[in-house]
Design a protein around this ligand. Structure first.
Ligand code: F6P
Length: 469
């Protein structure tokens, strides 16, 4: 294995294994964003191959060296399902679900983070750069700095960072901050997330902060500046524009509407089936609009795509039951022989089908209770080259900071949400165009390549001359 100058460390490798054991590029935005950077830098990617007990040698995929980190069934349960997705995930999403604090989960998280850090250390050349991704690996920056002080280390946090009043619940709150402070640049989605992080550092360690810089004392008594700043992530906007222009996809959008009986209004929700997404609130508001007669089932259909996620975590299994009960009730109360209120799909779809859905939908409902960014909102906007369609967007999604001309909602306020849905359904074409043009300008002007370029430029600028402290 040759050492690389640029190494990404993420919980998952950027590939999935299909039924015939062939590797395919994963569809996610991060993978697309980093692909050109990885190729140019002849980089390496350290990550879990997505299945238990898979002990694989490093291999090359599309010009990138992939370095698999093996996880046992027990480690997946404790580190991934437990600490990452049943402690950190609910805590960092403002305790929408109750976080569980289990010492064996924490111990596994430390062990597995160490394994990722060691693999990254071995893969990176002298004075190279490592970019650590997301909340599953918050301890990796400091672990790496300890063994490889020559490296430049970046970390990007894809989910929210909570206010101190919540963060302080975490029994290992000091260790996690210490882990993150090992990075030279710590990137967040929103200015508010970076602020929450800096405040937690001030409260727990009394370190001084000045604008984005945090003064971190080193063991030898010197001071190192770690930057904590917002770098809002985006999508490969051009790819969506191109897909939306394809004839087969436009035809498919028409076919989708025909399949629904050509309703006057098609509403759309697209989410991982996660309690942070506010799917229940959305269904409640829609159900009440139908039962109160403000919307008629003959005129409107809500298509809800809820892709399966983290199904072995109890909270997720319960959520599925809850959502499916609501869908059944609303449909049972409102459907006619010829019309269905909610077309619910517990499935994932390829990007082409998603764009066809975006083109078919008059109204896109993003009602997250808390969300790091929400890229679905940006995908919808990028796909609407016709400047039609209305985005209803929660104040609690990171994307809300940028997408100012969306119809803004507080999803907890069910009456407000109902009014927002009615406003979207009834919005005149001119107003749709005015709002959508402004949304598109933002998404097309700041795509995911700009995101990675800006982060990496800041990281390169933070690099000290070789040999200095
Ligand atoms: O952005 C949050 C995130 O947890 C990513 O880290 C992850 O790739 C994605 O959502 C999907 O989650 P999971 O890897 O747990 O299926």
């Amino acid at each position: 294995m040759t050492e690389a100058d640029f190494v990404v460390v993420a919980n998952r490798l950027p590939v999935d294994r299909d039924a015939d054991d062939n590797w395919r590029r994963s569809p996610g935005g991060l993978v697309t964003a980093l692909e050109p950077v990885m190729r140019k830098a002849e980089g390496a990617w350290v990550g879990w191959p997505g299945q238990p007990d898979l002990d694989l040698e490093p291999f090359e995929f599309d010009g990138t060296q992939l370095i698999p980190v093996s996880l046992s069934t027990e480690e997946i349960e404790l580190y991934y399902e437990g600490f990452s997705n049943d402690t950190i995930w609910p805590l960092y999403h403002d305790v929408i679900a109750e976080p569980r604090y289990r010492r064996p989960w924490w111990e596994a998280y430390v062990r597995v983070n160490r394994r990722f850090a060691d693999a990254a250390g071995e893969a990176t050349a002298q004075n190279g750069t490592v970019w650590v991704q997301d909340y599953q690996l918050q301890l990796v920056p400091a672990m790496l700095r300890e063994t490889r002080p020559d490296l430049t280390i970046g970390y990007f946090h894809h989910i929210p960072f909570p206010a101190y009043g919540l963060y302080s619940q975490l029994p290992w709150r000091r260790q996690v901050l210490e882990g993150l402070l090992g990075a030279d640049v710590i990137g967040f989605q929103r200015v508010a997330d970076a602020g929450n992080f800096a405040r937690a550092v001030r409260r727990l360690f009394r370190y001084e902060t000045k604008s984005s810089g945090i003064r971190v004392p080193e063991p030898d008594g010197s001071i190192r500046i770690a930057l904590a700043k917002a770098f809002p992530i985006s999508i490969d906007a051009e790819a969506y524009v191109e897909l939306a222009a394809r004839k087969d996809i436009r035809d498919r959008a028409r076919e989708i509407r025909e399949g629904l009986g050509n309703p006057k209004h098609m509403l759309l929700g697209v989410d991982r089936l996660d309690y942070t997404k506010g799917i229940g609130h959305r269904l409640k508001a829609f159900g009440e609009l139908l039962s109160e007669g403000r919307l008629a089932v003959e005129d409107v259909t809500l298509v809800q795509v809820a892709s399966p996620s983290r199904e072995r975590v109890d909270t997720y299994a319960h959520l599925r039951d809850e959502i499916e009960l609501s869908v059944g009730r609303i449909n049972g109360d409102s459907d006619t022989m010829g019309h269905t209120a909610i077309r619910y799909l517990h499935q994932g779809f390829p990007r082409e089908e998603m764009v066809a859905l975006y083109l078919a939908a008059d109204v896109m409902l993003v009602t997250a209770l808390r969300d790091g960014m929400n890229l679905v909102a940006k995908e919808y906007v990028a796909s609407r080259a016709d400047n039609r369609g209305v985005l209803v967007l929660s104040e609690f999604a990171g994307a809300h900071d940028e997408l100012r001309t969306a119809v803004s909602v507080n999803p907890h306020d069910i009456e407000g949400l109902k009014d927002a849905i009615m406003q979207a359904v009834e919005m005149p074409a001119r107003e749709q165009g005015r709002r959508m043009r402004a949304l598109r300008r933002r998404v097309l002007e700041h795509d995911v390549e700009d995101w990675s370029r800006e982060f990496l430029a800041e990281l390169a600028a933070s690099r000290k001359p070789a040999g200095s402290k």
